[in-house]
Design a protein around this ligand. Structure first.
Ligand SMILES: [Zn+2]
Length: 202
């Protein structure tokens, strides 16, 4: 499907973007978008600790401003963070300078060389500027945990069906995704571990 695993032609629209990191050994990159929020993010951190896994959290700057303690928790537990804009805005809807200013504002709260654009929607000039300062991380597997039309079992199926060596997998530490994510994440981790995948960060 086009959403769960973006096709090559779509990936080619964003030169320099990182969608997957092929490697010889079996590995995946777990990522969580749209936090940090106290209702969900600490739960994810506890779960990752239980499995001794490190992940990468693409944070919304305004959430970090509102919940600095939750953000600090991510860092204290040894995970990576990345910039996901200040207001979770889509580049395609904004003038390049305004979009970049929003990313810049988020950078006041998130010290990272990683960037992920909300919904992946960016204009080419935005990509060309951002890639000078950031590694632009897209995804190879979108779990669609945020979708009210999907059950946790279906979210888990997405992981099973599309994960391959080097996949960058997207979950969300958000209220919208909470119900699906809380059930699908542990099942996915257990399945990935059984399949022999290692968990890496950027
Ligand atoms: Zn997002």
């Amino acid at each position: 499907m086009l959403i769960e695993q973006p096709p090559f032609l779509y990936r080619a629209l964003f030169p320099g973007g990182i969608w997957r990191i092929p490697a010889d050994e079996k590995c995946v990159y777990l990522t969580f978008d749209d936090g940090p929020i106290p209702e969900v993010t600490p739960w994810v951190l506890d779960k990752l600790d239980a499995y001794r896994i490190k992940a990468t959290f693409f944070c919304v700057g305004d959430n970090v401003r509102k919940h600095p303690d939750t953000y600090q928790l991510i860092l204290d537990r040894g995970h990576r963070t990345g910039n996901h804009t200040y207001n979770h805005i889509q580049g395609i809807r904004y003038l390049t300078q305004n979009y970049l200013a929003n990313v810049e504002k988020a950078a006041e709260y998130i010290d990272s060389d990683l960037f992920r654009s909300p919904h992946g929607h960016m204009r080419l000039p935005q990509v060309l500027v951002l890639r000078k300062r950031y590694r632009i991380i897209f995804w190879d597997v979108v779990t669609r945990d945020y979708s009210p039309r999907l059950t946790p079992a279906e979210v888990f199926d997405v992981v099973k069906r599309y994960t391959r060596n080097g996949s960058i997998i997207v979950f969300h530490d958000s209220l919208k995704a909470e119900a699906n994510m809380k059930e699908a994440l542990p099942r996915s981790i257990e399945w990935l571990l059984e399949a022999g995948y290692q968990f890496k960060t950027f």
